[in-house]
Design a protein around this ligand. Sequence first.
Ligand SMILES: [Zn+2]
Length: 459
Amino acid sequence: MAAGPRILIENCSIATVDAHDTEYADGYLVLAGNRIEALGAGRAPEGLENVVRRIDASGHLATPGLVNTHHHFYQWITRGLATDRNLFDWLVALYPAWARIDEEMVDAAARGSLAMMVRGGVTTAVDHHYVHPRGSGDLSGTIVRAARETGVRLTLARGSMDLGESDGGLPPDFAVESLDDALAATEATVAEHHDPSFDAMTQVAVAPCSPFSVTTDLLKQGAELARRLGVRLHTHGSETREEETFCHERFGMGPTDYFESTGWLGEDVWMAHCVHMNDSDIAAFARTRTGVAHCPSSNARLAAGIARVPDMLAAGVPVGLGVDGTASNESGELHTELRNALLINRLGPHRETALDARQALRLGTHGGAQVLGRADQIGSLEPGKLADLVLWRLDTLAHASIADPVAALVLGAAAPVTASFVGGRQIVENGRLLHADEDTIARSTRAQAQRLARITEQS
Ligand SMILES: [Zn+2]
């Protein structure tokens, strides 16, 4: 098979995040078409044909592109609100605004969320979108288009809520769909946008929102739907003590047992947060290979607690990192979550042995690929995998005095991204997006945030 056009990247450190954590202090990568063809120590082999570009990456660390496993893009236009509340009070404060989003707002918010992540080294992102107000237009199509134009891989977790306040749920009745509408729309979204192929740019998951905003029937039928269609399942789980209490009062069991009883543990499932997990919950996740999206900043912002990531990893639970929605993590960045995951877990019982810098990098790359079911395609730098990678600049004031590049990346200030590639296509150059204009996006997100605030106030 003829290789596609080749790009050579030389003179950089490389952290492959392969099974052996192979690193090269001074190495090269050969990208051919949308794949990684070769990598190793020293210079690239001589005499390669069809080389269209040669990059001198001196002073840089190459890593796999970061994988964001949990986010709510629409929240980009409701940041900085209800800043001192816990999850349930914060949700109740924000639902009235969220229930009034439309296509124009979601378009601006998705582009803002994507831009912020992508210029910080994200190459694959999840949008868990669970607010679909009646008459709000084609929100799924809007999100897919925004991701495609930014150049990033997307897993659209088509979310839903069908348990309104009058039925004992948390969201107001006007913010929820009916069970049948939610299932039909989710199936249609899979049919329209899910691509199962190796180099897919768009995949879709079935993603009812949380135990306190969806019915047991929606969870059960959602799981059946996902398995019939061969797509993954995503939701929020075990985020707060209040959720635990809610599950005990309503279902007579904790969240993990409840999820198991509704078909929601399995290797095709990943769940955001998983903060309040006891030993048997962690064992159940490990036994079933259920994945976790760890969101340390959001958990701190909402005072939810510290997820037991070291215990999950020791038990064999797949764990990735998530920004979470930017209404509870205003920075919207994932590269800073490597550092936050390490720091926050060291405040837990395992103290200085909780996570090291390489484990943090693994969570943000290979771990993320695992929970999205794409570990043989992305998440590490290995021949045959998709060419999703980042060149981090580590020779400036912020990092130049740190000898270990992985320690510099994880523990130091947020490193500038000189270049970022998705499937061999460059999407970031010197910290700026190549296929979208940040200033235009900034203006439209401000305008849409103001429009939403005005509409919410008037109603
Ligand atoms: Zn979330």
